[in-house]
Design a binder for this molecule. Structure first.
Ligand code: SF4
Length: 293
């Protein structure tokens, strides 16, 4: 009781002291982080972490670490899976389909890195697929690939990659680019498959095209715009069927993306009970083994 009273009084004093500070944007960010670390010392937060087996509190996950499209979408698909993965930090089991996607991405990345300077000549060759498959052994040696996957299982994806890209005059600027930016006081992270000509953001998809959300690339463009707005071209390359989806990143999309990010982050920060969202997707869930039955 005396302990709680002591923390409560200290918390009030801290808040009053901070309210006198002139808050520029940068200072606000720092204060926000300090507020959170102070709140951590408050027993109720620790109590929540302890009772829920959380390694990190929902108030901290974005403010102290970072926000990302995949974190927010994990919550939207199933709050319980977000809790298991990001708050409890239990290890997920990636599916075979996810590993096929990972392997395909890895081969394309190694290929484009190796031939970046003469990619147009290389990709237009008759045997471009053979050049891609030269990187299969290196890619499959990755620790993240645990299932046996034959090269014949990914040939279709590589073939579509070649067909989609050989028609263009490619000027690849960045591959697997890690972009760290901000949305409000939160750090925003994304890893972008490819950027061409500084203005075209490309993401490869090996899954069902229906599941690709434009929002993902809007967020990448938002992060790359670092606070302002820049007119990027956005493109999904669907390696399953050889099709593409392209659109322009407008100022309207930029504003809507910012609003969506802030609203979703706030919603997750306020959540204390992460409900299960049972659906047919549970069959593909990477953390199903930890889920309440
Ligand atoms: S098994 Fe289903 S309900 Fe459980 S965490 Fe996964 S998606 Fe959510």
């Amino acid at each position: 009781m005396i302990f709680s009273l002591f923390y409560f009084v200290r918390w009030i004093i801290d808040i009053r002291r901070e309210s006198k500070i002139h808050q520029s944007e940068r200072i606000k960010k720092t204060i926000k982080k300090n507020e959170i670390s102070k709140r951590n010392k408050f027993p109720i937060t620790k109590f929540y972490n302890w009772i829920n087996h959380w390694k990190i509190h929902p108030n901290e996950i974005f403010a102290v670490e970072y926000a990302s499209y995949s974190r927010i979408m994990a919550y939207k698909k199933c709050p319980r899976s977000f809790e298991i993965k990001y708050l409890c930090r239990l290890k997920e089991n990636s599916s075979r389909a996810a590993q096929i996607g990972k392997l395909t991405h890895e081969i394309i990345q190694l290929y484009t890195e190796e031939y970046r300077t003469n990619i147009n000549k290389k990709i237009r060759k008759q045997n471009a697929i053979d050049d891609l498959l030269k990187f299969y052994e290196r890619a499959i040696a990755s620790d993240e690939i645990t299932y046996p996957i034959l090269s014949s299982e990914i040939v279709l994806y590589l073939d579509h990659f070649v067909k989609i890209n050989r028609a263009d005059n490619l000027k690849i600027e960045k591959i697997e680019y890690e972009c760290n930016s901000f949305v409000g006081p939160y750090m925003l992270k994304c890893i972008i498959d490819r950027i061409d000509n500084g203005k075209k953001i490309i993401d490869y998809k090996t899954g069902n095209p229906k599941n690709a959300r434009n929002r993902q690339l809007n967020i990448y463009a938002y992060a790359l715009s670092s606070g302002g707005w820049e007119p990027y071209n956005l493109c999904f390359q669907f390696l399953r069927n050889g099709k593409i989806r392209e659109w322009k990143y407008t100022k309207k999309l930029h504003d809507a993306t910012e609003l969506w990010l802030i609203e979703e982050i706030k919603k997750i920060e306020k959540t204390r009970r992460f409900e299960e969202n049972r659906s047919r997707l549970c069959d593909y869930c990477h953390v199903a083994q930890y889920c309440r039955k």
